[in-house]
Design a protein around this ligand. Structure first.
Ligand SMILES: Cc1cc2nc3c(=O)[nH]c(=O)nc-3n(C[C@H](O)[C@H](O)[C@H](O)COP(=O)(O)O)c2cc1C
Length: 361
């Protein structure tokens, strides 16, 4: 029994509620995915900070805990060639922070930290056959996409402009995530690098709906039932909610991140590339203020994080958020401290109240 006006995503994925718990690398847990799935939404497991073995383990746990469709998410960037000169410049810029923390700026640090979709991940997808596979930063190469489709999975990817949505449809996605500028975490942009012209959710969603024939999932700045209802009114068939799930006990984030979310207001976040080399939205902190928020001195994604790790660890040990990526969207202040299962249901209950005019907007 449902009162949802648009069933396209519900029927495509086999879910009951038009809520996709956003994949959030470094924050989403197995428990979050399971709780969302239990409520009838689509739980999404991010893989960018997992190995293929780690992904296998997480999927075994999820499949054992719940019988419901799930989404597995991957980044589809191309790893950059080694660039020692860029790393040296970056380390030199960070050296004062090392010295301040009593650390040796010349110490070797582990690199990378965000893995792209590859053959090893593809094998795990073929083994566990998640019902939905989503990508961020475009799509991986065509042969890998064919393998994923061969498992029967529905494919999604994020678009930050109409041109990206049209490109994704032409390249075979089953639905598009229209990711507005309000969204927390890495921007999904892949045809443009211009952050000054990125589009807000309110303008992006209806223009993407008009431009593609696949169903559209709205993302960015949706944190309560009003946002869900508004997105559906704009023509979205479902929503993808990220930041609001960071307030759930199932989220695994550093305490400094939780504290920053608790304080976040509408204007607390900015787009920055200083943590990874790619633009992402997070709560403004010391590194963003002093080096960014956008800087040409940052090495290519995803190689910036390695050199930050020691000063980040030292700061977090002192409960300071100076060097931690505090990913959050512009609607953090609308979120509540409730569990993921309750949040999924509550987003729908209150959205339906708005849609059916039982609640003033
Ligand atoms: C902490 C965090 C981590 C994220 N990591 C990923 C990721 O691994 N893959 C991905 O496709 N999107 C990622 N995103 C983007 C979300 O999937 C989603 O599009 C976004 O959170 C929606 O906007 P909102 O935060 O305003 O709800 C992340 C967002 C956040 C806040």
């Amino acid at each position: 029994m449902t009162r949802w006006p648009d069933r396209r995503i519900l029927d495509l994925f086999g879910i009951e509620l038009p809520i996709i718990q956003a994949p959030m690398a470094g924050a989403t847990t197995v428990d979050m995915v399971v709780a969302t799935a239990r409520a009838g939404g689509l739980g999404s497991l991010p893989s960018a900070q997992l190995t293929a073995e780690g992904l296998r383990k997480a999927l075994s746990e999820i499949r054992a805990a719940v019988k419901a469709p799930i989404n597995v998410n991957f980044f589809s960037h191309i790893l950059p060639p080694d660039d020692p000169a860029a790393q040296t410049r970056w380390r030199a810029l960070l050296a004062p922070y090392y010295l301040e923390a009593g650390l040796d700026p010349a110490a070797t640090v582990a690199g990378a930290g965000r893995a792209p979709f590859d053959a090893a991940f593809c094998e795990v997808v073929e083994e566990y056959r998640p019902e939905v596979v989503s990508f961020h930063f475009g799509l991986p190469d065509k042969a890998l996409v064919r393998h994923v489709k061969g498992t029967g999975a529905k494919i999604l990817s994020s678009a930050t402009t109409v041109a990206e949505a049209v490109w994704l449809e032409a390249n075979g996605v089953d639905a598009v995530v229209a990711m507005g500028f309000e969204a927390g975490g890495h921007r999904g942009n892949f045809l443009t690098n211009d952050m000054t012209t990125q589009v807000g959710t309110m303008a992006l969603v209806p223009q993407v709906v008009d431009a593609v024939s696949v169903p559209v999932i709205a993302a960015g700045g949706i944190a309560d039932g009003r946002g869900v209802a508004a997105s559906l009114m704009l023509g979205a068939s479902a929503v993808q909610v990220g930041t609001a799930y960071l307030f759930c006990p199932e989220a695994k984030i550093p305490i400094v991140h939780t504290n920053a979310l608790a304080q976040a207001k509408d204007d607390s976040t900015a787009i920055t590339n200083v943590f990874t080399g790619r633009p992402a939205r997070g709560v403004v902190n010391r590194l963003m203020r002093e080096i960014g928020p956008l800087s040409e001195a940052v090495p290519a994604f995803p190689t910036a994080g390695g050199a930050l790790a020691p000063i980040r660890t030292a700061a977090e040990a002192a409960e300071r958020d100076d060097f931690t990526n505090l990913w959050a969207g512009q609607a953090a202040n609308l979120a509540s401290w409730i569990g993921a299962e309750a949040l999924t249901r509550e987003l729908c209950r209150t959205a339906l109240e708005v849609i059916e005019h039982r609640r003033p907007v």
